[in-house]
Design a protein around this ligand. Structure first.
Ligand SMILES: NC(=O)c1ccc[n+]([C@@H]2O[C@H](COP(=O)([O-])OP(=O)(O)OC[C@H]3O[C@@H](n4cnc5c(N)ncnc54)[C@H](O)[C@@H]3O)[C@@H](O)[C@H]2O)c1
Length: 261
């Protein structure tokens, strides 16, 4: 039987060194704060210097350890530098939350420019490839690790007017499953979380109109938007030792959107 005094210890992230991409805003920001509060040493990666530094300062002010590394995740040299800097700063690396993403303008494919397509694929798919590649190379050489990718219910379902976003998220989910399979026996656990509509700056554009916001809330059985901290909780669990047998999972954190697949 589990000793009650240690019942929660596997959920803690004490001493774990974790990269959070897109850590300067929204879900990444809440995840960095939560991971640090659970004892992790956090490397925050973002193109947004102000947001990233703010989060690192908040963690330091609360007595935690964090560093911000300005990173454009679509640039391979930046991603290599991120992994090397994180490992050097904290003496190693145990986990990564690959969470950065963009949504791009709404419009059907006939209305979507090739430039928009390429931009969304670059951040939501190419950057996930680069992050996985360099994190996995590190973990292979250093005894393993755990990775969580932020996908979206758009990785499973179509949404009106979001062809590039839906395609990029379907691709990133496929890459999660493929890498989960390829590296499971090598000590690397890779999983996906699929958030539903969540109150962050990314979603704010589509929710400005109160009528549109009401439609989005009603589309989620729980009847409300998610909060970024609720997504962070799922990522913290999957990165923790409590999830040691969970590999290649699609963890929906969506207020029930996925009940009718
Ligand atoms: N908010 C939602 O409703 C929702 C729902 C499902 C999935 N998601 C996904 O959740 C993830 C986080 O989104 P969020 O809602 O917190 O958005 P957000 O806009 O608040 O945060 C995203 C962060 O990613 C960073 N970023 C963008 N491009 C980057 C790049 N090239 N290099 C480094 N950083 C970059 C941004 O600067 C920003 O800080 C995304 O992958 C998004 O697709 C969001």
């Amino acid at each position: 039987m589990t000793d009650p005094s240690s019942a929660y210890s596997r959920l803690n992230l004490t001493g774990k060194r974790i990269i959070v991409t897109g850590g300067g805003s929204g879900m990444g920001r809440e995840a960095a704060l939560l991971f640090a509060a659970r004892g992790a040493k956090v490397t925050i990666a973002d193109v947004n210097e102000t947001g990233g530094n703010d989060v690192a300062d908040l963690i330091a002010d609360a007595g935690g350890e964090a560093v911000f590394v300005k990173t454009d995740l679509t640039n391979e040299a930046d991603v290599k530098n991120l992994v090397a800097t994180a490992a050097e700063r904290f003496g190693g690396l145990d986990g990564a939350f690959n969470n950065a993403g963009i949504i791009g303008p709404h419009g059907s494919i006939a209305e979507t420019s090739f430039e928009t397509w390429q931009k969304v694929i670059a951040v939501n798919l190419n950057a996930v490839f680069l992050s996985l590649k360099h994190e996995i190379q590190y973990f292979l050489a250093h005894g393993g690790g755990s990775i969580v990718n932020t996908i979206s219910t758009a990785g499973r379902f179509a949404y009106p007017g979001l062809p590039a976003y839906v395609a990029s998220k379907h691709g990133a989910l496929g890459l999660t499953r493929q890498t989960a399979w390829d590296y499971a026996a090598k000590g690397i656990r890779i999983n996906a979380i699929l958030p539903g509509s969540t109150e962050t700056p990314l979603a704010a554009g589509g929710l400005k109109n109160p009528a549109a916001a009401e439609v989005v809330k009603k589309a989620q059985p729980i009847g409300r938007l998610g909060q970024p901290g609720e997504i962070a909780e799922a990522a913290a669990f999957l990165l923790s030792d409590a999830a040691s047998f969970i590999v290649g999972a699609d963890l929906y954190v969506d207020g029930g959107v996925s009940v009718n697949p």
